[in-house]
Design a protein around this ligand. Sequence first.
Ligand code: ATP
Length: 437
Amino acid sequence: MNKDNNKMEEIVSLCKRRGFIFQGSEIYGGLAGTWDYGPYGVLLKENIKRAWIDRFVYGKFKMYQMDAAILMNPRAWEASGHVSGFSDPLVSCKKCKKRFRADHVDGDKCPECGGYLGEEKQFNMMFKTAIGASEDESAITYLRPETAGGMFVNFKNIVDSIHPKLPFGLAQIGKAFRNEIAPRDFIFRSREFEQMEIEFFVEEDEWEKYFEEFRIQMNEWINKDLRIEESEYSELDVPKDELAHYSKKTIDFEFEYPFGRAELYGLAYRTDFDLKSHGGASGQDLMIEDSENKKTVPHVIEPSFGMDRTVLAVLITHFMKDEMGEGGRVFLKLPVNLAPVKIAVFPLLKNKPELVEKAREIFDELRGEFKAVEFDDNGNVGKRYRRQDEIGTPFCVTVDFDTLEKDNRVTVRDRDTGSQERIEIEKLKEFFQTKFS
Ligand code: ATP
């Protein structure tokens, strides 16, 4: 594996230093596999969600959004096969007692201490919890291990309330929980994470057509919306003997992380497995009329996106260094649509009320128009540029004495080139509208 631990460490450290992502429960020593998003992390995620909704909900296909409960009737997880089958192979070291995923270690020796590994066992990754005051078996349910289930169990509600015709999809963004044996690599593999999933319902003989359509859309999402170069990821046709129990075809989109190539997203053809299983187990009619007015159980194409892996891939891709400024700099070359802050406005000096007042005025004006605008008067201008570069702000606007005394213009500085131009205050909105369009 091509390891670049340094880059991962620098990204983790930038995320903490600049308020993107913190270790979960850090002041108590943390909680393995959990991460907390700070102000800029939240904004970055919001922008990713917005872009995803724009492409997949308001895009090419008929799509409805869902927001289902995380807790579900446990019978749903029995029907979907998760209670019996959602497990990873587990091995424990006989010497140091550490636990590993059997498919992540080579041979029979512990990768940590060299001791012998014990027998392989299946470990169910669903988090169990108890509903209500009693804790007996009947109260047991699970935190959902994927968002998909909430969409399948609502298929009937959607058909009865919205009356869609095939093909159509349900899209959902929400938390999922997996008791991963070995959470690792920052937000790549955690125990609580977010997913953006689509269940797209089609007639059986059209599955290949829509599978291909979504394959193209997922590529466009990665290239055009996230601006990840084609050389940084690839598609892997999952071999038949490694397919999940419900799938006839799956493509994994694998990204080149600093710790090696690994899954970013999945695209699966789930056949009619889910609706048939839930229909059978619930005794409900989970059918819909096809184009010939015959009742049918539709087949499903499922594009599944991990939100946190998206955040990680975006940070890795756009994390840059160059020689600008004193001692060089680190910056996030985020596309404008993803940048948490689009414009930062500074008064040249914070102890000159007339500069501060003018900068505030411009800030209010731009914020009204572009929302994600920040006012910054900490330290000197060089320090402010450094901070804004590190959070990926594409433009900084500085109000100086010339603004007030001479030309009614401000300095607009470009994050990527460092170039500066003087722009008339009246033309500022228009200037940014053009830049952002
Ligand atoms: P892996 O093989 O890496 O465990 P998976 O094949 O089990 O992943 P899926 O069940 O296909 O993953 O889940 C859909 C998506 O959810 C994945 O493509 C990934 O982006 C995300 N995901 C899955 N598990 C995790 C996790 N533990 N932490 C963060 N994201 C995850």
